[in-house]
Design a protein. Sequence first.
Length: 219
Amino acid sequence: MAHRGILFLDELTEMPRHVLDSLREPLESGRVFISRAKQQTEYPARFQLICALNPSPCGQFDGDIASARATPDQILKYLGRLSGPFLDRIDLQVEVPRQPEVLRHGPSGTTATPSETTAALAEQVAVARRRQYQRQGCLNSELDVNKLQQVCTLSSGNHDFLVTAIEKLQLSHRAYHRTLRLARTIADLSEQKDIQRAHVAEAMSYRALDTLLTRLKEL
């Protein structure tokens, strides 16, 4: 039902793990296979997955582990409900901080600047998409591994920077390739021909959950 649309999962860690892992194949292939005793049915399932979760089972977390009422082990067990292969397929992991100033100032205090309007952002995305089709005939998200190496070339310094970051977070080869695609997209949104260090660093900054898990394991 979410084909060509958005599949939103709230309270992600409350979902059964086997249900989340069943999304891995359609996230990769854009198709879902349903098998029963006597037949198998295939459906198109190319969707955008958006999830939300509280990073601590206690419901109190402001980015600092010390702020949570749960212990690091309890948080790690709670987040362990999400498998590594499933997290690998989530390109953007963004921490949403508490915003107490919004409560103080009300909705009128959070007006967007003209450069942040939906129309301006939509045009920026449309330009980036056109650039991708002109360069490689498809979107960055649709690049296979071989084409990825041709389109997303990095300088030796930027490659070492990315590999070091990937190793520090103990991420997989799949996460490496997905981060590379994301860095290419960030460069396209910035109207840059080549992927720069800033684009790679920004792409890695969108691994908030992986970063939290690494911090918890080090405690």
